[in-house]
Each structure stands twice: as structure tokens, then as C-alpha cells.
Design a protein around this ligand. Structure first.
Ligand code: PBG
Ligand code: ZN
Length: 325
């Protein structure tokens, strides 16, 4: 037999053939779009390091949700920026808080088929910017759980479909599950930020959400990015505590973790393509250094190929437009 006897290029010959043999594709149904909602403002405010992303007043968030449904994106995750912060983040569980009001406004805007996910954390609501109760410079685990329970229940009461405990507080999934069940919200699902790393890629988000820690860092609760086995232990615990969906965050420098989680566990895996990852692409594209649309598809395909069933991404609207063309 002459060499080469197997010609791999046969299936790369034309666009149609390539389309037929494609193994992984980005589907709009895989995407979750983050929305920032700010309390007590009457106009949208652009986020500096995130071109195309705004902090929206509540009414505009409801309109945005409608446009997201019409683009074909199935889900949003809401981040609230309250007008009042305190030591304990108590505005996070206010029945008429910014996220609670937004959930109801979106439901009223007749976007029933939109999946509403909420972020259950305190960093946007605490005066010190940490994700829980702080005493003498330390984040207290169990007192934080009590507050997170109230936050999750208030989101359930307002009509959230899914809550996402994101503070890396030990026991948060179990506590939130129990609280939701006790309050009669057993149908509210939990998407746990199980393996959330202390990353350098959250900067633009912290500006957007006004959630920069006022002292220290988040390394006593978010994971060290050098520890993939620990990430599996975190996921395993969240599964035991009743998570319905587990998440790895960020996505790009963590594709191995996504792959290992998907290989080991048989529940849906989400990946959070975070603000810094978005900013890098937008900045390079603005300079004309990369083709933005093509880079977005390549990046999201890579995250999906690693094993993510769904991707939280600020690119969701861009993808809807790219796929339509
Ligand atoms: C905090 C939280 C963070 C993000 C969402 N919720 C990270 C942080 O500030 O530590 C990051 C999202 C992003 O960067 O896009 N609970
Ligand atoms: Zn937080």
C-alpha cells in the first residue's frame, strides 16, 4: 500500500462535508446571559472594561430579558447592585430588593419561558465587599449560611427558577436546599458555583457589580487555582448536598477541571466564561488584533468540548447574532 493510505483531509474538503462531521457545536440553548441590575437609577451605565455591557435600571432589565428571549437565549443570571449596603448584606434578602423586584418585573414582562437564575452571594450587598459575615477581618462561615438561606428563599418567593450560591461558603448548597424546601420552594433548582477559583479574571465584574473587597482578598474562601483534585472534592460535596447543576469558574484556564468534572459526575456541568475573559477578547478585537466573531465561537466551542453542558457568558447576545448570519 502506498503512503499515505488514510487521507484525513477527505472529510475537510468542503464546507458542507466539514459541517457533516462536526462533533461539537455551539447551540444558543447552551448559553446563559448575565444581567447587572442597579437599584434607584433611571438610566443605563456602561461598564468600563466590558464593551456592550451595562448596569441597567429594573425596568430596562425586564426589556432586556424580552429581547434575550427573542434572540433565542434561554436563560439569564441576575446580579444586583443595591442602593444600600451594610455589614451583613441585609439588602440581599429584602423582599423588595433589586433582584427580587427584577425577577417579578421580568415575569410580568411575559417572558415566562425565560429561565431566571439568581446569584446567591453577599459581596454586592456588604459594605466591606466580602461574600459573607466578617468579624475581625475574617469571614465567618456558619453565620453566613443563615443569611444565604434568607437570600435564596427571597429569590424563590419572587419567582426565580434557579438559584446560584456563589460564595464558596462551606455547606452553602445543603443549607440553601433545606431552606428552600422548608419554605415550599422544592422546585427551585440549585446551580452551585462548586469550583470557583480565586481568579485574577474577575476585575471587570467587580467594577460592574461594585463588589470589590475593601480589604484583603477572597483566598480564604475561593479556591486556589493550583488544586484540581480539590475542585473535584468541592463538586462531590455539592452533589451530596443536593446541587442540580455544578459550575466551574472561570472557564478558559480551567478546561482541564471542566473535563474532569464532566468525566467524573453525571449531572449537568456549567462553566462561567468570566468578565476578564470577555474583556480580553473585546480589547484585542477593538485593536483589530483578532477577528472577534470567530474568536468567540472558537472559545465557546472549546469550553463545550471540554465538557460544559452550559456556559454563562457575556457573549451570549453576540453569539445569537453571529449564528443568525
Ligand atoms: C462573587 C462573584 C464573582 C463573579 C460573580 N460573582 C467573583 C468575585 O468578585 O469574586 C465573577 C463573574 C465575572 O468575573 O464575570 N460572588
Ligand atoms: Zn460574592
Amino acid at each position: 500500500m502506498s503512503f499515505p493510505h488514510l487521507r484525513m483531509r477527505r472529510l475537510r474538503r468542503t464546507p458542507k462535508i466539514r459541517e457533516m462531521v462536526r462533533e461539537v457545536r455551539i447551540d444558543l440553548d447552551d448559553l446563559i446571559y448575565p444581567i447587572f441590575v442597579e437599584e434607584g437609577v433611571d438610566h443605563r451605565v456602561p461598564v468600563g472594561a466590558m464593551p456592550g455591557i451595562f448596569r441597567l435600571p429594573v425596568e430596562e432589565a425586564a426589556e432586556e430579558a424580552r429581547s434575550i428571549v427573542s434572540l433565542g437565549v434561554p436563560a439569564v443570571v441576575l446580579f444586583g447592585i443595591p442602593s444600600r449596603k451594610d455589614e451583613l448584606g441585609s439588602s440581599a434578602y429584602d423582599e423588595y430588593g433589586v433582584v427580587q423586584n427584577t425577577i417579578r418585573a421580568i415575569k410580568k414582562a411575559a417572558t415566562d419561558d425565560l429561565v431566571i437564575i439568581t446569584d446567591v452571594c453577599l459581596c454586592e450587598y456588604t459594605s466591606h465587599g466580602h461574600c459573607g459575615v466578617v468579624k475581625d477581618g475574617k469571614l465567618l462561615n456558619d453565620p453566613t449560611l443563615e443569611i444565604l438561606e434568607k437570600v435564596a428563599v427571597s429569590h424563590g418567593r419572587a419567582g426565580a427558577d434557579v438559584v446560584g450560591p456563589s460564595g464558596m461558603i462551606d455547606g452553602q448548597v445543603g443549607a440553601v436546599r433545606r431552606a428552600l424546601d422548608n419554605a415550599g420552594f422544592e422546585d427551585v433548582a440549585i446551580m452551585s458555583y462548586s469550583a470557583k477559583h480565586a481568579s485574577n479574571m474577575y476585575g471587570p465584574f467587580r467594577e460592574a457589580a461594585g463588589a470589590t473587597p475593601q480589604f484583603g482578598d477572597r483566598k480564604s474562601y475561593q479556591m486556589d487555582y493550583s488544586n484540581p483534585n480539590e475542585a473535584l472534592r468541592e463538586v462531590s460535596l455539592d452533589v451530596q448536598e443536593g446541587a442540580d447543576i455544578v459550575m466551574v469558574k472561570p472557564a478558559l484556564a480551567y478546561l482541564d477541571v471542566i473535563f474532569r468534572v464532566k468525566s467524573k459526575f453525571d449531572l449537568p456541568v456549567a462553566a462561567f466564561n468570566v468578565s476578564g475573559e470577555y474583556a480580553m477578547v473585546k480589547a484585542a478585537a477593538e485593536k483589530g488584533w483578532i477577528d472577534e466573531a470567530k474568536a468567540i465561537l472558537e472559545i465557546l466551542t472549546g469550553i463545550k468540548r471540554a465538557g460544559a453542558d452550559m456556559i454563562v457568558t457575556y457573549f451570549a447576545k453576540d453569539v445569537a447574532k453571529i449564528l443568525k448570519q
